[in-house]
Ligand binder design. Structure first.
Ligand SMILES: [Zn+2]
Length: 317
């Protein structure tokens, strides 16, 4: 592997998928730190939370859903715009694709660049990449909140603040006290912060914590199946974000270069978070975005395949 290769282009080992029931008609599709999906079975249909990266990968979710219910998948919720979450959507034939207005705006603004850069960064996450027909466009969008009724079962979809991206939403199932958080919460997996709003993210997590979920499916990592695990997952995520942004802000205040800021982050972050899944992969993108935000760049700069390569060469050089 050359110094300029991305950390993950040679990370090709397949992850073991788990499909666990976390409540009545509620399931977590998790993959040892690769992107999760969630499943909500209602009276007359099913909602899937996050579509997976490719239609071929979504087919595995669909097959597992078919083993627990014969009700149709009527809705796919995109918690945010990232390619690994959205481009399996075409496998869900006939389903409405839900996303926030902001997420739709991000797809229009930077969806194509994100797809190209994510595929270049991490090929394993895009199994059978040629099955992607193009960008995924939501069919139903909403400002901050919408309730979708699966018969008598309400799914309350809420934007509780900016964080992982500007447009993230969570799905809450009030009758069960269960939350599907998307990438706003990760469990013992690194947060990807290349499109993050670090200043807002902690308050967003506070809003999420106030829901007092009894179980939560994070964006990556194992399902959190007790209130204690939910609290732990939120606390770990908050610590990850605050430690990262705190150390980069300090470097910016002291006038350090990006490379020096990166080295300083390692001193602070490695002891606590180095064992987290995708830590090495995410860190350079995380530091670059934090460095930008700390210098007053409010709207994240678009990642392109070219910017990815330049950044990686600068920090690994
Ligand atoms: Zn994401």
């Amino acid at each position: 592997m050359t110094a300029k290769s991305f950390a993950s282009t040679e990370d090709t080992a397949e992850k073991k998928v788990s499909f666990d029931q976390i409540g009545s008609g509620l399931y977590a599709y998790t993959a040892e730190g690769d992107p999760n999906s969630g499943i909500i079975v209602g009276d007359d249909g099913v909602m899937v939370i996050d579509a997976q990266a490719t239609p071929a990968m979504a087919d595995d979710v669909i097959a597992r859903v078919a083993k627990v219910t014969d009700k149709p998948i009527k809705y796919v919720l995109l918690t945010h715009y990232h390619a690994v979450r959205t481009h399996g959507a075409s496998a869900y034939k006939g389903a409405e694709i839900l996303a926030s207005d902001t997420t739709r705006g991000l797809i229009a603004e930077r969806g194509k660049q994100d797809m190209d850069s994510e595929i270049g960064r991490f090929p394993r996450l895009f199994r059978t990449v040629e099955s992607i027909p193009g960008l995924t466009w939501p069919t139903v969008t909403f400002p901050d909140q919408i309730s979708v009724w699966l018969g008598r079962r309400e799914v309350r979809i809420m934007h509780v603040g900016r964080g992982h991206t500007a447009g993230d939403v969570i799905a809450v199932v009030p009758d069960a006290g269960v939350v599907f958080s998307g990438d706003l919460v990760e469990y013992k997996s690194a947060c990807y912060c290349g499109d993050a709003h670090f200043t807002d993210w902690p308050a967003t997590l506070d809003n999420l914590a106030e829901l007092q979920a009894v179980a939560l499916v994070p964006g990556r990592g194992a399902a959190l199946t007790t209130p204690e695990m939910v609290a732990e997952g939120i606390a770990l995520t908050s610590d990850f974000i605050s430690t990262l942004y705190g150390s980069v802000s300090e470097s910016v205040a002291k006038g350090r270069s990006l490379k020096d800021a990166f080295d300083f982050v390692r001193l602070v972050m490695d002891p606590k978070f180095k064992t987290f899944g995708l830590y090495e992969h995410c860190l350079p993108f995380n530091v670059v975005r934090a460095y930008d935000e700390a210098r007053g760049i409010e709207w994240p700069v678009i990642w392109t395949a070219e910017r990815d390569r330049e950044m990686w060469a600068a920090l690994q050089g």
